[in-house]
Design a protein around this ligand. Structure first.
Ligand code: ZN
Length: 458
């Protein structure tokens, strides 16, 4: 109990500090000036210094914690969240791999303890999905009626924007995270249209949902630029970033069911984070976490990069990846790119390529379990955690059978408090607010049956 109170006081103090910055621009510190200049394109946010060590320790002890929550119009408040560890790793997964094609070698990085959590808001309808360790807090709080607020570490943002070392130090001395409400973002022209490389699986006839928990196994890999954005010695090493993004997918695939059950009882799921039912529920299991340090897939054109990544993630050539080699027969392979891609920000190999391995090497239009997206900003893609999450969910939506919606269907969530474009929309991403949902038609009619057919139960 003592620890909880201590955390609370610390946080109140930090809110006061943050609040005074907003009020008096004449006194704006150098850190604030740098931060606001560098991140001018991502919309309003609150810079924050979080006591990550204390918060991580409380979470590990099973205590509820207070985290910053930003309401619409950039109003900083807070939320109490109760988180449960959600270990996504395959029992055999204890290390990550850094591959070097130039050197024809690879390095092994022992993984730290799992730091992926999911849970609920205390005393209010809402959920929380976070990656939390001694150095970093990244994730989402969704709360009725205040909406969707995100916390993310500043260090990767500074790296993404090429901030020099001196300025980095000035900023990081004062702040380690930002928090923002996703509906406060500036208008962007983010478009995912035409992001399918290959074919389309024919519709399924089976719709029967079993009782067992399905498992969607996943491999995460990334290019050498992604490695430089999320280097192993930083607060957000590549493998942690890969896990953090897959944790948000795992949350969606479990909590999207409208009914609470034994598989999603760690969170408050009966709150319109759905569109699902009839079999749309699976757990993500991570089989491998990898990255290229040098060499590897080279293209900056998204389709060519996907073809490169399919080839190089599958085979044991170059010899650097002879053993261990990579994608195997996992249900999904997601490739994280640190490049500003030509042709668009992401691409999936096909619609409905889930668990299909052999089709990856078909001439012409492959049916295949791969997808990729970029993690670096450009004029239309701010690449904050919010945008990274919706783009990854969109591409994985294609892998599990969702087609592009040029005129996307609206969805509502958060107890019908918020409505907007669902995740498979494309044109709509530029003007409307996205909700982190697939449509009921997709979830029940296409994705659920595909998952029932392709995925194995525990
Ligand atoms: Zn698409």
């Amino acid at each position: 109990m003592k620890k909880v109170i201590k955390t609370l006081n610390l946080f109140v103090l930090l809110i006061l500090i943050a609040a005074t910055i907003g009020c008096d621009s004449n006194n704006e510190s150098e850190a604030d000036q740098i931060l606001r200049a560098v991140l001018a394109d991502i919309g309003p946010f609150q810079p924050i210094q979080l006591d990550t060590k204390t918060l991580a320790s409380s979470v590990q002890d099973g205590e509820s914690i207070q985290l910053p929550f930003v309401k619409k119009e950039n109003i900083l408040t807070r939320a109490d969240v109760q988180l449960t560890l959600r270990n996504l790793r395959n029992a055999d997964l204890t290390e990550a791999y850094i591959k070097d094609e130039d050197d024809q070698s690879f390095e092994i990085v022992p993984l730290e303890e799992p730091a992926t959590y999911q849970g609920m808001v205390v005393d209010k309808p809402g959920v929380a999905v976070f990656t939390i360790n001694d150095q970093v807090i990244e994730g989402n709080i969704l709360m009725d009626p205040e909406g969707w607020s995100i916390i993310e570490p500043i260090d990767p943002l500074l790296r993404q924007h090429g901030v020099n070392e001196a300025d980095r130090q000035v900023v990081l001395k004062k702040y380690n995270h930002i928090a923002y409400n996703v509906r406060d973002r500036l208008d962007t022209n983010f478009n995912t249209d035409a992001d399918i490389l290959g074919g389309l699986e024919s519709p399924l006839t089976t719709t029967e949902a079993g009782d067992e928990q399905l498992v969607m196994s996943a491999v995460a890999d990334g290019d050498s630029d992604f490695y430089r954005l999320y280097p192993p010695d930083s607060v957000m090493p590549f493998w942690l970033k890969e896990e953090a993004l897959l944790n948000v997918i795992d949350w969606q695939f479990n909590c999207i069911e409208p009914e609470q059950n034994e598989h999603n009882s760690y969170a408050l799921c009966d709150n319109d984070f759905d569109g699902g039912s009839n079999g749309f529920q699976a757990r993500v299991r991570i089989d491998r976490l990898e990255v290229w340090k040098a060499g590897g897939p080279k293209s900056t054109e998204r389709e060519a990069l996907l073809r490169d990544s399919i080839r190089m993630t599958h085979q044991s050539d170059p010899p650097c990846c002879g053993e261990p080699h990579t994608a195997g027969r996992s249900d999904l392979v997601y490739f994280f790119s640190g490049r500003n891609l030509e042709g668009g920000t992401g691409v999936a190999a096909s619609v409905g390529g889930l668990s299909i391995y052999d089709g990856c090497f078909e001439e012409g239009l492959p049916i295949c379990h791969h997808a990729l997206s970029q993690f670096v900003p450009n004029e239309e893609f701010p690449a904050t955690v919010y945008f990274q999450e919706i783009l990854v969910a969109h591409e994985i939506g294609h892998v599990v059978g969702g087609e592009e919606q040029i005129n996307p269907f609206p969805n509502c969530w958060l107890f019908d408090e918020q409505c907007g474009t669902n995740l498979m929309g494309s044109i709509g991403f530029n003007t409307q607010d996205v909700v982190y949902l697939f449509t009921e038609e997709d979830a029940q009619g296409v994705m659920g049956p595909l998952m029932q057919e392709r995925l194995s139960a525990e």
